[in-house]
Structure formats: C-alpha cells, structure tokens
Design a protein around this ligand. Structure first.
Ligand SMILES: Nc1ncnc2c1ncn2[C@@H]1O[C@H](COP(=O)(O)OP(=O)(O)O)[C@@H](O)[C@H]1O
Ligand SMILES: [Mg+2]
Length: 384
C-alpha cells in the first residue's frame, strides 16, 4: 500500500502542487519583469494570509519556479525566526544562508557556482576578516543595514553581474522579525531599495499575516509600497479538487475520489488548505481501514464525526484554552451570531485581541466572524 500523501503539517511538495494558478501566473510575471535587464529594480512580493492558508507551500512553489526560470537566477530561501535575537543577528544568518545556497544551485554550472563561492560574506569581524580586508576602514561597518548593503553589492559587482539575471531571496515568516525589532521591515526595505536602485537585482519575496505592515505603525507606508501584497485565501472548489486528487495520483494511490466527495469536503472545509489536508489524511486512512476504494459523499458524511473530533483534539481545544474567560464569552456571542453585544469598547478590544490570535476575522466595521465554521461549531458545542 502506498503511503497516505496528505500531511497537514508539511508544506505541499512540488509533485503535489497543481493549484493556485492565478498566484503562479502573477509570480511568473513578476519574475519576468525583474529579470529584464533593461528595467531597473526588482519586483518585491509579500504573501499575506492567516495560519494554515498555504503561504509556505506557495513560497516554496515560487522558489521552485525561480529555479527553473530562464534566464537563470539564483534562489536563496530562509525562514525568519525570533532566535536570531536582533536585526543584526538576522543579517548575519541571511548572509551565511546566501553563501551556502549559492554553492548549491542545482541548475547553475559548476564553474558559476565556484565563482559565486568566491564571495565570503563578512559575518564575523575578526582576524580572518582582517586578513581578507587589508583596508581597516572596510571593517567599520556598524549596522546590519550597512553590512547587508555592502556585502550584497560586493557579491553582485564582483561575482554576479552579467552572469545571473537575479538573486531571488525568499523569506518565510518575515513577520517574526518584527518581534525582535519593530523596524526590521523598514531596515530590510532600506537596504534592498538601495541595492535595487543600483541595478542589482535582488527580488525579495516574504510571507506573514495580513496585518504585518500595520505593526510598523506610521512608518509602515513606505514598507507597504515597497512590497506588492498578494493576499492568500482559501482554495476555490477547483483548487480543492486538485489538492485532493493530484497527491493521490502522484503516488498511485489505489482509491477513487468521486466528485460528490470533493463537494462534501469543500462544503465542510470551505477550501481552507490546512483543513482540506487534515480531512483528506483522515479520510484516506479510514478508507484503507475499511478497504474502500471509492470515496463518495456518503463515506465522507459517515466519517465526519471522527474527523471533527480529531480537529478538536489537534487544534480547537488548544485555541479554546488559549482564550481568557472574557475572550471566550466574545467567541460564544459571535458564534451565536450575537454581534450587537460587541458594540461596547471592551468588547471591541477583546475582539481585536482575538483577531491577532487568529481566532476571529474582521469583515468591515465591528463585524467579526470566527476564523472557520468548524471552529464555530466547536465553540457552540463548548457553550452548551
Ligand atoms: N497549494 C497547496 N496544495 C496542496 N496542499 C496545500 C497547498 N497549500 C497548503 N496546503 C496544505 O495546507 C497545509 C498548510 O499550508 P502552509 O503552506 O504550511 O500554510 P501557512 O504557511 O500559511 O501556515 C500544508 O501543510 C499542506 O498540507
Ligand atoms: Mg508557514
């Protein structure tokens, strides 16, 4: 028996990735624009959306597309964490990741890779750097922004220009940088805008929640304009069908998913990628246990109570426990469609806090909804 190809905790694999055509077309255009040498600058993208909506999967897909792009570009990927402690720490980890990834570009010639490896980023200021940089003024780099700018322009001017069309940098969960430094995105923008203005093609593609740019407050406007926002939403019915059928086909899984089953999964998950992958993992395991080779809507309906129970255990209970008593009251009121009671100020504050926890979504002034109808069902159940 082949293994169940669905894993809601792992970003979608390349072979399993068929959907999101509109987003892929947009990235294709962005890449083409960035790598046309007659145009200055690069096209920077921010994939924004809630937890589990498919940002990491799509970012990896974009990196894969860049890797197969013509003319050749180099691809560097990094997940931002708060563990780097400071923006300078992040810069050091980014530079060393660039150095590492440039030596491992599958599509570049051995010669070009060796050439790119000649660039040793200045990360540690010490004797090694002193030997390499006989001019001591080179060492007077103080801030992370300066370090980023000088090292990346040295890389471009000495080793890259005319050999590569671009070096694309993919930074997942870039919003984590705001936790360590609220000016992190402004700093990144400062360095990359200058590089891009000097015709060094370093497109930046980042991910984060929808409100990522609001966190920088009044300074956020230039950051927001630097990135083209690409909001990531749930799958369409068609995307859902592909997310369900393609992975099974890819591993030659001996089960047929009937259109009625796709409809049943879509109706319950509303195309939320995490929920789709989770549901499918459960359904495929259940089908194997029952030796079922055709999955239809009746099978889905029959299994649903078990799937819903698994959602509670794995996700909803933790989310419910995370909420304070008064936040729970708000969740219950909204789940019951009782939004009028949230008109007061403390209700509004609580609602906003729940938005930042990802449990509520905002739809216009004072209009909130639970982030997913399945969570709504869970909350209604808790309040009985
Ligand atoms: N395009 C896709 N095709 C198939 N499955 C997907 C796709 N995007 C996301 N998924 C599924 O949804 C889960 C959550 O996606 P992920 O990319 O990790 O979301 P995010 O980074 O927004 O939290 C993944 O583990 C994967 O199972
Ligand atoms: Mg992610």
């Amino acid at each position: 028996m082949p293994i169940n190809p669905f894993n809601p905790y792992f970003p979608a694999h390349d072979e399993l990735f068929a959907n999101r055509r509109k987003e892929q077309a947009l990235f294709e255009r962005a890449l083409a624009t960035s790598t046309q040498s007659t145009l200055p600058g690069a096209w920077n993208l921010a994939l924004v959306g809630p937890w589990g909506i498919g940002k990491t999967s799509l970012l990896r897909r974009f990196a894969w597309m860049a890797q197969t792009h013509d003319p050749p570009v180099a691809v560097v990927t990094l997940t931002a964490t708060t563990a780097t402690g400071t923006f300078d720490g992040f810069v050091r980890s980014l530079l060393s990741r660039i150095h590492h990834d440039l030596g491992a570009q599958p599509r570049l010639s051995e010669r070009l890779r060796t050439e790119l490896q000649q660039w040793e980023p200045r990360i540690h200021l010490g004797p090694v750097s002193l030997a390499r940089y006989p001019n001591p003024s080179d060492l007077e780099v103080t801030t992370g922004i300066d370090l980023l700018y000088t090292e990346l322009s040295r890389l471009w001017n000495q080793h890259v220009s005319d050999r590569l069309a671009a070096i694309c940098l993919f930074i997942d969960d870039a919003s984590n940088l705001l936790t360590i430094d609220k000016n992190a995105l402004l700093n990144l923008r400062a360095a990359f805008q200058d590089l891009q203005g000097q015709r060094m093609v370093y497109p930046l593609i980042i991910t984060g929640p929808e409100n990522m740019f609001e966190a920088t407050r009044d300074a956020s406007e230039p950051v927001a304009r630097f990135f083209e926002r690409l909001p990531i939403g749930p799958f369409t019915r068609h995307d859902t069908q592909e997310a369900i059928v393609e992975p099974l086909t890819a591993v030659h899984y001996p089960v047929t998913i009937e259109p009625s089953a796709v409809d049943a999964v879509y109706d319950r998950t509303l195309g939320h990628p995490y929920f789709v992958a989770f549901t499918m993992r459960e359904l495929i395991d259940a089908a194997a246990l029952a030796s079922t080779t055709r999955v239809n809507d009746t099978f889905v309906a029959h299994q649903w109570p078990i799937v819903a129970e698994r959602f509670s255990e794995e996700k909803f209970t933790a989310e419910w426990n995370q909420a304070t008593d008064s936040e729970r009251d708000v969740l219950v009121a909204i789940a019951r469609g009782n939004v009028a009671s949230q008109g007061n100020r403390s209700g509004a504050t609580l609602a906003l806090r729940l938005v930042s926890k990802g449990l509520l979504t905002k739809h216009g002034r004072g209009q909130y909804r639970l982030y997913h109808p399945l969570f709504q069902e869970y909350v209604l159940h808790q309040s009985r």
